[in-house]
Design a protein. Structure first.
Length: 183
């Protein structure tokens, strides 16, 4: 059997390096912070390279050139030069199709005779006035830089697709004489 222990023997007391609650708190804190700090330092070491500081690309040649680029431009035209008038189909394809092809913003669709019938009944002059001054979502002058004759041609073209039979507008005398002088 076992021998009884002598109570007179001294027991060794085992103590660790942490003796106070403050030391315990510091050890716990360090056990979380030190590994995170090591990971961050290793990540920086691995991806070490020339890194531009924030906002420093604003002084590069491309960035300066982009900030200095022109916002608009001025076009100088000779007022006496003859202007080539576009056909109604050309004006329609350039501007009118945006809304009238699909019926956007309540615009009557191209070729929809039912939608165009009441408008055609109002007459060519009323339709042309709507185009020149703008109506609803349609901007004045159809949203482009067109002569009234060109817009009139577009009205004739567009209403012709829906069964209208307006006469092609006459070219003003000044434009007709300038066009014949250019030839």
């Amino acid at each position: 059997m076992s021998e009884p222990h002598d109570s007179s023997e001294s027991h060794e007391v085992h103590e660790g390096p942490i003796k106070t609650p403050k030391q315990l708190a510091l050890a716990v804190f360090a056990s979380f912070v030190v590994p995170i700090l090591v990971i961050v330092l290793l990540a920086n070491y691995i991806s070490f390279g020339a890194k531009p500081s924030a906002g420093s690309e604003g002084l590069g040649e491309e960035a300066v050139a982009k900030r200095l680029q022109r916002v608009g431009s001025v076009e100088i035209r000779d007022a006496s030069a003859p202007r080539v008038l576009r056909s109604g189909e050309e004006v329609y394809k350039a501007v009118c199709t945006a809304c009238h092809a699909g019926g956007a913003a309540g615009a009557p669709k191209t070729g929809d005779a039912d939608a165009w019938a009441p408008r055609i009944k109002t007459g060519y002059d009323v339709l042309l006035t709507s185009v020149v001054k703008g109506k609803g979502a349609m901007a004045a002058l159809g949203g482009g830089d067109y002569a009234e004759v060109e817009l009139g041609r577009a009205v004739v073209y567009l209403t012709g697709k829906a069964g209208g039979s307006f006469a092609e507008p006459k070219v003003p005398e000044a434009a007709a004489s300038a066009a014949s002088a250019a030839k």
